[in-house]
Design a protein around this ligand. Structure first.
Ligand code: ZN
Length: 490
């Protein structure tokens, strides 16, 4: 009898222990993150109605209001300025003025259609053109000249999968810097077929100019020797002896508003609720652009509506069952223009900076194979909190069990992906930070990034993974420590 009672007690204890482990591993409101909600929301957010949500346009304002309404409907309280969901900030835009001129002899080259100038900087040039062969960049008569050469992929060590848009930049890096260092006052590249393939898309970004936060380096520009592109039809002009290139490039400089949208679910613990687990994504994308083809709207379904709708689903879960710490949801503005919203918030947080326990950022979580993903900030030099990484990896094992790519997190990776999303300003500010992503694909930053191409089941599983990680952060007694000596490679 006694033995039987002992056995019974032991078995009960074992099953309780199992139940407790299971409770620790499954956050209570996991089932609130539903694929059907995610599907509905992503088709709304990445539909043509919002015209690609470009930073500094009414379309970005429109999506910000839409998100604020979603946050209100979910039950989050406003976490922005003056009791609203919004934190507005000013963005400086510099753009090449339409009054700028480029000519050789009597021939004028209209900007963007006949001449492409990828850099936004003022310049005045009136100097003779020297046409050289690509292999002849070491000659001694370069100083004071405008050097012209035909672009070629030879000697560039190109990857097979290189998108056409990247080619012009690679050619310029390979040749222009050296020529300018030798005293060239400008460089003209004659476009080859590869450059022509990327011309329209490059022009559609270059004509928009550059953006910066007000007062940042980059918000005011100084003279720079132009590096410009002409079509093959310009070859006779650059080859004719004793012709001058005349370029007068002037810059328009103006302020635009952008906005972060912020909602908070308060925690349950009287002390820990003053600390915040941050869920982060960006609400903007690349808008409507002047490119050939049937579709000019960059809907950014993967980039980054996928994460915006995941954040909404995670917010529903935290609202249903709050954690001990509070959860702060931030949909950043102007990420595509240089991480401007997150850089602004990291300097001007609407709650004390020291109360931000960790940032779980997502960018592009709805593409590529269903069982793969990546967690950037997991390995040095990008890892700034081993304790946070351990939570993220454990959450993956307890939940979706994605096969995690680690190549993109390496300092040597050519894409530098770690440096291209909104966790970065927080990591630089000394806040533990992770970046969840399903990585790049050929439709990245094209009108083909459409909701119909998205794997909403995958978004659901990554949202659940982010939620599981956030739940650990919200419930643990101790917040994750920063690793000592965190130092990024750039
Ligand atoms: Zn993005």
């Amino acid at each position: 009898m006694k033995y039987q009672l002992f056995l019974l007690l032991t078995l009960t204890l074992i099953s309780c222990a199992h139940a407790q482990t299971a409770t620790a591993q499954t956050p209570p409101a996991l089932s609130s993150i539903r694929q059907q909600d995610i599907k509905t929301d992503i088709f709304d957010m990445a539909g043509d109605h919002f015209r690609g949500r470009e930073a500094g346009t009414l379309d970005e304002m429109k999506i910000a209001v839409w998100l604020a309404e979603k946050a209100r409907a979910i039950g989050l309280r406003p976490g922005g300025d003056d009791g609203t969901y919004f934190q507005f900030f000013s963005m400086v835009r510099n753009r090449i003025s339409a009054a700028s001129t480029i000519s050789i002899g009597n021939h004028t080259f209209p900007l963007w259609t006949e001449a492409l100038l990828p850099q936004t900087a003022p310049a005045t040039v009136d100097a003779p053109i020297l046409f050289i062969d690509r292999t002849d960049t070491n000659r001694t008569d370069i100083k004071g000249k405008v050097v012209a050469l035909v672009a070629s992929p030879e000697g560039l060590n190109l990857q097979v999968s290189l998108p056409p848009r990247r080619y012009m930049g690679l050619v310029a890096r390979r040749y222009a810097t050296g020529l300018l260092n030798k005293g060239a006052v400008a460089v003209i590249f004659i476009a080859d077929p590869l450059a022509e393939a990327g011309w329209a898309l490059n022009a559609s970004y270059a004509d928009h100019g550059t953006y910066a936060n007000d007062g940042d380096p980059g918000s005011t520009l100084t003279e720079r020797a132009p590096v410009l592109w002409l079509h093959e039809s310009a070859l006779p002009f650059v080859k004719t002896p004793s012709q001058n290139l005349k370029a007068n490039i002037s810059i328009e400089h103006f302020l635009y508003p952008s906005v972060n949208v912020i909602g908070i679910q308060d925690g349950t613990d009287p002390t820990l609720k003053k600390e915040y687990v941050v869920f982060s994504g960006h609400l903007d994308h690349d808008g409507v652009r002047n490119i050939p083809g049937p579709d000019s709207i960059f809907n950014g379904a993967d980039d980054n509506a996928s994460v915006n709708v995941a954040l909404m689903a995670i917010a529903r879960a935290f609202h249903k069952q709050p954690g001990r710490r509070s959860a702060l949801f931030i949909w950043h503005g102007a990420e595509e223009r240089g991480l401007l919203g997150s850089r602004w918030y990291a300097i001007h947080p609407t709650v004390p900076a020291s109360s931000l326990v960790a940032v779980l950022n997502g960018d592009m979580i709805g593409r590529n194979s269903p069982d793969s993903a990546a967690l950037l900030g997991s390995i040095p030099p990008h890892r700034n909190s081993s304790e946070l990484v351990a939570m993220g990896l454990a959450a993956n094992q307890e939940g979706p069990k994605f096969l995690l790519d680690t190549n993109y997190d390496k300092a040597s990776h050519v894409e530098g992906w770690y440096f291209r999303s909104d966790h970065l300003p927080y990591a630089r500010a000394g806040i533990p930070a992770l970046f969840f992503t399903s990585l790049l694909h050929p439709d990245y930053h094209t009108p083909r990034d459409e909701p119909s191409r998205i794997d909403t089941e995958k978004i659901t599983r990554i949202a659940q993974w982010m939620y599981r990680t956030g739940w650990k952060l919200a419930m643990s007694d101790k917040r994750p420590a920063l690793d000592p000596n965190f130092k990024l490679e750039r």
